[in-house]
Write a protein that binds this ligand. Structure first.
Ligand SMILES: [Zn+2]
Ligand SMILES: [Zn+2]
Length: 400
């Protein structure tokens, strides 16, 4: 084909038009409307959360701006709200959040596992390992043990302001770990972070070699973590699950998530009677037990439920609730129990967690029913009080 100058000119024009209309289209996708100012719920004093409005700073090439859709309330948030043990006040709490990318720095193209990301994608965040402490340098496969790991919602107030998920917006900083979760509904996304805690606990349990699909597993404590541990175990194919708690509603939820037996310890005179009931069900005791309460006495009691040669995972004490006493002869040596502790989660537990949540849906476990209460940003004091009363299971801030 022969081209004269006029043809070339018209082709160039056509291409240029195409390019500019493409870029207009891209710009339309990228130009999410972001206000100049936005609200955060700041803990300004013990038991006092105030909604404050700040200018949203511009983001740099390594940052993202997220429009917050919601954030679960964690026991850690409540702990800080009640007494500021971490000395963070003033602080914007909330680490179990999810939202939509509305601005993205030009150096960010992928999430932590390499998925392409762009404006409009929904994400959740994991931790921000420091990379320089002794744990990070000597145990890079255990980033959960980083000695100064950052986490949104526990970052002290600074000039960026949008540091926690209890706000309208959040700024994601350089070095953060985050995951694209577009295929999940909001309630499921709100449960990803606590589900990662549960997945990590089960991964720790598996490391003992004592957990298999036909194990008898006992879960003590049916708060959000215990119930999620239960759901992980059930999704792995474990059917012989015993849930222990003192609340009928939580035990009912445990049943719905796959517990074969439930034990309400309040119906028994003492722990010895509960042990008898566990033995009635299991004959020799549970093959493996997960301790998911923050109650020292419960941490002492659980050893009695485990069979000789069995295993135990302690996952209940993310804060210091005091000591308990056990009998080293009867509880540990003589039964030769393998104990594992579980601390938060590794970044690498997130892909497993997303897989767990999809599979749990696949076998119709009503995971999203764990969220029993939703509050707007200006009702977070009330949300904290509801959490402290332990009425309900997972309380969440939802930004409608
Ligand atoms: Zn948490
Ligand atoms: Zn570190």
């Amino acid at each position: 084909m022969e081209l004269n100058n006029i043809d070339i000119e018209s082709i160039v024009k056509q291409v240029m038009n195409q390019v500019s209309s493409d870029s207009i289209e891209t710009n339309t996708v990228q130009n999410k409307v972001v206000p100049n100012t936005a609200r955060v719920a700041m803990l300004t004093d013990i038991k006092k959360i105030e909604v404050k409005e700040y200018e949203i700073p511009s983001i740099n090439d390594d940052e993202m701006l997220i429009k917050v859709e919601g954030c679960g309330i964690c026991g850690t948030d409540v702990h800080e709200y009640k007494g500021d043990p971490f000395s963070l006040i003033p602080v914007v709490l909330g680490h179990e959040g999810t939202g939509e990318i509305v601005k993205i720095g030009k150096n960010i193209n992928n999430d932590t596992i390499g998925n392409n990301i762009t404006i409009g994608d929904k994400i959740v965040t994991s931790t921000i390992p420091c990379g320089v402490c002794d744990s990070c340098l000597t145990m890079s496969d255990k980033d959960n043990l980083c000695e100064s790991s950052g986490i949104y919602g526990l970052i002290p107030d600074d000039n960026k302001k949008f540091n926690g998920w209890f706000g309208d917006y959040l700024i994601i900083r350089k070095g953060s770990t985050f995951f694209k979760v577009n295929d999940m509904d909001l309630k499921t996304r709100l449960l990803i972070e606590p589900a990662a805690v549960a997945v990590h606990a089960v991964e720790r349990a598996k490391s003992t070699g004592l957990l298999s699909f036909n194990s008898t597993v006992l879960i003590q404590g049916c708060g959000p973590i215990g119930l999620l541990v239960l759901a992980v175990a059930r999704t792995m194919g474990i059917e012989n699950i015993i849930a222990v708690d003192g609340d009928v509603n939580r035990l009912e939820m445990a049943k719905r998530l796959g517990a074969k037996h439930t034990i309400n310890f309040r119906n028994y005179k003492d722990n010895e009677q509960v042990v008898l009931r566990v033995k009635e069900i299991t004959k020799r005791g549970a093959d493996f037990a997960f301790q998911c309460t923050g109650v020292p006495q419960a941490a002492a009691n659980i050893w009695k439920f485990v069979k000789r040669g069995g295993g135990l995972c302690e996952v209940g004490f993310f804060v210091d609730n005091g000591n308990c006493s056990i009998n080293p002869h009867f509880d540990i040596c003589n039964k030769e129990i393998t104990l594992v502790g579980s601390w938060v989660y590794k970044v690498s537990d997130y892909p497993i967690t997303l897989d767990f949540l999809r599979r749990a849906k696949g076998i119709n476990l009503p995971i999203e029913d764990l969220i029993t209460h939703e509050y707007p940003l200006d009702k977070l004091n009330e949300a904290m009080e509801t959490n402290m009363k332990q009425s309900g299971i997972k309380i969440a801030y939802v930004n409608n």
